[in-house]
Design a protein around this ligand. Structure first.
Ligand code: BG6
Length: 483
């Protein structure tokens, strides 16, 4: 394993994301040897803490990572330093920079400085501007910027934010995270589609009837009402995760696996969609909000939610693909909070025979399971067992085993690894983001003209409003996943 010499500066170093995800991910990279002697992490946030206090927080946050000795943990924590920082105060950046230089020298880090913004997006622009102003980004070392979602609230705010950060960092150094792109099976969609001639040759409009993306969640809004009331399901899940899955499952084959070639094909999926007209907006998108069931409160009763809130906690929709291979194929999606169970999957529905003796055959369905199980299955027709000619649906399924899942790097570990390697394939580029925001805006703006109708509420624990089923029924299709 090649050691990656890196200085990390984590803004929001005392926050929840850093503790839950980032420190454990860095620790795993340390155990794997990717991070070794020559790395250091400077955590910053408003509070003032001594280094030791911060190191204890880091130790706490890696307590659950298995396979490490006490020594490993202590050695890892020694690479962590803390610097209180008011991100709006230029003076603080000077102190931070001085400290960063000292620490980089101490650990002989001649590799990149990686700035991770794990905090309120409203401050992203201020931070990058101040980093540039205080000459963090000089050329003595490469610089990389990693940002978390949400990247803007709509197209215009995303564009403003992007212009702000691009004043400081060129696009090639910006890594926008979508944690779905760090999931093992999600990274496997493209290799599965294009490395198997069998699969590749049928992934087109001649054979595919429709594609269905489901991101069902069991949890409600949890403690995030403040954010969610501003966002809603379309911005929270469609703009990013669903758009990404749509692109991966319908893009044309990239000429190479280089990030630019890869993203170019992804982007074309969204860029080629027909503009939505009023009729599409009315007919092709469904929203919903969960209301109370026997055991669970409704969204409007959740702490921090406006009792008259019109925010959608469920969306379903249909888009018609326009890429050369899948022209005219509908892609359906749905996601919601407080649905029956957690289930994240892509169902690719193939056409049933239209001529010949097997007109009773059902559609072949290829499912890419993402969560909670992960793997691929194919439903096919075969003769029922016994003395009969009647067909039945059988299933070939390959799910990752517990042991395999155990070996898989966790999403943040993988994404950090890519940033350290300067590989942007699994990050979101501006063009894609721009296209998905424009699409999202159109739908949200249309909905916001009217309050939720009675028929748009669904009981907590159900599978969403009935109109989500009608959406497919109108095309003589149905959701493969029925709970
Ligand atoms: C986040 C959303 O991006 O993704 C959350 O903000 C959602 O609302 C989460 O719960 C789902 O991620 P996963 O990996 O659990 O499917």
């Amino acid at each position: 394993v090649e050691e990656k010499k890196t200085l990390f500066i984590i803004f929001g170093g005392s926050g929840d994301l850093a503790r839950r995800k980032l420190y454990p991910a860095l620790f795993r990279l340390f155990l794997a040897g990717t991070l070794n002697e020559h790395f250091a992490v400077i955590g910053t946030s408003r509070r003032s803490w001594p280094d030791e206090y911060y190191q204890n927080i880091v130790l706490d946050s890696i307590a659950k990572v298995n396979g490490a000795t006490q020594d490993d943990r202590q050695n890892f924590a020694k690479h962590f330093f803390y610097q209180a920082n008011d991100v709006t105060d230029v003076g603080h950046y000077k102190v931070l920079k001085h400290r960063a230089r000292e620490i980089a020298q101490k650990f002989q880090i001649d590799g990149p400085w990686l700035y991770y913004l794990a905090m309120a997006p409203t401050l992203f622009g201020t931070i990058t501007e101040n980093l540039a102003r205080c000459e963090f980004l000089e050329n003595s070392h490469p610089n990389r910027l990693v940002i978390e979602k949400p990247f803007g609230h709509d197209y215009l705010s995303a564009k403003t934010l992007n212009e702000e950060i691009q004043k400081a960092f060129p696009e090639k150094d910006i890594y926008r995270i979508d944690h779905y792109l760090g999931k093992e099976i999600v990274q496997n969609i493209v290799p599965f589609r294009f490395s198997n001639p069998l699969i590749k040759s049928i992934w087109n409009s001649k054979f595919i009837s429709n594609i269905q993306i489901t991101l069902a969640e069991k949890v409600g809004v949890e403690e995030r009402a403040g954010y969610y009331e501003q966002a809603g399901a379309l911005r929270d899940m469609f703009q990013n995760h669903i758009s990404q899955l749509m692109m991966l499952s319908s893009m044309e084959e990239p000429v190479s696996l280089e990030a630019n070639d890869f993203v170019e094909q992804k982007y074309r999926v969204l860029a080629s969609l027909k503009p939505l007209n009023q009729q599409d907006l009315l007919n092709n998108f469904v929203r919903g909000q969960y209301c109370a069931s026997k055991e669970m409160p409704g969204y409007r009763e959740e702490a921090g939610v406006d009792p008259k809130s019109n925010v959608e906690t469920f969306v379903a929709g249909k888009l018609e693909l326009q890429t050369p291979s899948l022209k005219g194929v509908p892609i359906y999606f749905r996601t919601g909070k407080r649905l029956k169970e957690k289930e994240t999957r892509i169902d690719v529905v193939f056409k049933a025979p239209e001529t010949g003796p097997y007109l009773d055959a059902k559609n072949n369905v290829l499912t890419i399971f993402i969560d909670p199980s992960s793997g691929i299955s194919l439903k096919y027709n075969a003769k029922s067992i016994g003395d009969t000619k009647i067909l039945s649906h059988f299933e070939m399924q390959r799910l990752y085993t517990e042991e395999e899942r155990h070996q898989m790097p966790e999403a943040y570990q993988r994404l950090f690894h890519d940033v350290l390697n300067g590989d942007k394939t699994n990050f979101v580029q501006w063009e894609e983001l721009c296209a998905s925001w424009k699409l999202t805006d159109q739908i949200v703006n249309y909905w916001h003209q009217q309050p939720l109708a009675d028929s748009e509420f669904y009981a907590a624990g159900s599978l969403g409003p009935r109109s989500a089923n009608d959406l497919l029924a109108n095309d003589h299709n149905y959701w493969i996943y029925q709970g």
